[in-house]
Design a protein around this ligand. Structure first.
Ligand code: ZN
Ligand code: ZN
Length: 361
C-alpha cells in the first residue's frame, strides 16, 4: 500500500479533485505502472460532464504510458522496469466479437470499470475510469491493459499511442482504408484530428483538407500534413468539394461527434465516398438523411471504435512510422501540464483551443 496523487471525478458534473489515493500492490493478473505521461482526451471531458458514463467516483485518464513497477502472479508478458503503453479497451478473447476478430468491439472491454480498485486517502471507494486510471502518479491495471512500448519510441510520446494515435491511424487505415492518391477531409483538429492527418499523409493521400471552427489551428494542421485548411462555416462542404477536384473528398473523417459536423462530412465526400465517424457525440445529436440521397450518392457512413484497432498488431507498425520520421507524436502535443492543469485543459477543449494537453509526471 502507498499513497499517490490522482485526479478524481467525485460525481458526474463535479470538478476534478486532485487528491491522494491509496494504491494496493498488484494482485494476480495485475500490473502496477508508474506513469510517465498521460494525454487529456475529449472522452475524459465527456465522462466528467456525463455525455459518456462510467461508475463514479473514478480516477479518469485513459491515454498513458509508463514503467512497470511490479507485477502480480501469472503476469509474464511484462516485467518490472519495462516501458508500457496503457490500453483502455482490453479484449477478453472469448466473446462473439473477439471470436470473429473484431477485438475493438469486445463485449467485456469496459467491464473492469465496474470494479472498485482502491480508495481515496479519506476512504471513498474508487472505480478505474476507463479501466486504466491514468490521471495518477501510479496505477494498478489488468495485465491485458499493458502493451510493451516499441523500441525507439520515447515513453512520454508513447502515451499518445494509447488513444489519439491508435484512433486516428485506425480511422484512416482500418476503417476508411485510404489508398495512395485519395483526398481526405478531417473534421476537428484536436489530438485525434492531428493523428488522423498524419496517418492520411502516411497513407499517401494527395489532398488533405483540415476543418476546424478555429482559424488558429491552421499552422498545427499544416505541420501534421494538411495541404488545405478550411474554417468551418455553412459552406464547408462546398469548399471541400472545390478543393478536391469538384467531386468531393474520397474520404471524410469526423473527429468531433456533432450532428452538423457528421452531416457536413458526409456532404463533403464524392459520390461513392466514405465517411468515418470517430467523434463521440451525445444521444441528442440526431443526424438525418432522406432516402433518395442515400441511394443517389452511394456513400457510406461508418462508426469507428478505438480505430477498429488490434493494438498489439498496430503498435509495432506505428513504431516503424515513428522511427522513420513519417509520424511525429510530439507534434500532437500543444501543452505540457501537471495533474493540477487538467481542469484548465478541459476548459481549453471546451473553447476549441489547442491540440493535445499532456500530463507529464
Ligand atoms: Zn481517448
Ligand atoms: Zn471479447
Amino acid at each position: 500500500m502507498s499513497v499517490v496523487r490522482a485526479a478524481v471525478l467525485p460525481a458526474v458534473g463535479s470538478p476534478l479533485e486532485i487528491t491522494g489515493i491509496v494504491l494496493p500492490e498488484p494482485g494476480p493478473g495485475q500490473v502496477r505502472v508508474r506513469l510517465a505521461a498521460a494525454g487529456v482526451c475529449h472522452s475524459d471531458l465527456s465522462l466528467s460532464n456525463g455525455t459518456m458514463r462510467v461508475p463514479v467516483p473514478a480516477v479518469l485518464g485513459h491515454e498513458g504510458a509508463g514503467t512497470v513497477v511490479s507485477v502480480g502472479e501469472g503476469v509474464d508478458h511484462v516485467a518490472p522496469g519495462d516501458g508500457v503503453v496503457l490500453n483502455w479497451a482490453p479484449s477478453c478473447g472469448s466473446c462473439h466479437h473477439c471470436a470473429i476478430g473484431e477485438v475493438w468491439l469486445c463485449a467485456h472491454a469496459l467491464t473492469g470499470t465496474a470494479n472498485v480498485y482502491t480508495v481515496t486517502e479519506d476512504g471513498r471507494e474508487l472505480h478505474p475510469g476507463l479501466n486504466v486510471a491514468a490521471f495518477a502518479e501510479e496505477t494498478v491495471v489488468a495485465a491485458g491493459c499493458v502493451l510493451p512500448v516499441p523500441d525507439g519510441v520515447p515513453l512520454t510520446d508513447a502515451a499518445l499511442l494509447g488513444c489519439a494515435v491508435l484512433t486516428g491511424y485506425g480511422a484512416v487505415h482500418h476503417s476508411a482504408r485510404v489508398r495512395a492518391g485519395e483526398s481526405v477531409a478531417v473534421f476537428g483538429v484536436g489530438g485525434v484530428g492531428l493523428a488522423t492527418i498524419q496517418a492520411a499523409r502516411v497513407a499517401g493521400a494527395s489532398t488533405i483538407v483540415a476543418v476546424d471552427v478555429s482559424p488558429e489551428k491552421e499552422a498545427l494542421a499544416r505541420a501534421a500534413g494538411a495541404t488545405e485548411y478550411v474554417v468551418a462555416s455553412d459552406t464547408t462542404a462546398k469548399e471541400i468539394r472545390k478543393l478536391s477536384g469538384g467531386q468531393g473528398a474520397d474520404v471524410a473523417v469526423e473527429c468531433v461527434g456533432r450532428a452538423t459536423t457528421i452531416r457536413t462530412a458526409w456532404d463533403s465526400t464524392r459520390r461513392g465516398g466514405r465517411t468515418t465517424v470517430v467523434g463521440i457525440g451525445g444521444k441528442d445529436q440526431q443526424v438525418s438523411f432522406n432516402a433518395l440521397e442515400i441511394f443517389h450518392w452511394g456513400r457510406t457512413l461508418s462508426g469507428c471504435v478505438y480505430g477498429n484497432s488490434r493494438p498489439a498488431e498496430d503498435l509495432p507498425v506505428l513504431a516503424e512510422h515513428i522511427r522513420a520520421g513519417r509520424m511525429d507524436l510530439s507534434a500532437l502535443v500543444t501543452e505540457r501540464i501537471t495533474l493540477d492543469g487538467i481542469p484548465g485543459a478541459f476548459d481549453n477543449m471546451l473553447a476549441g483551443k489547442g491540440g493535445r494537453a499532456l500530463v507529464v509526471f
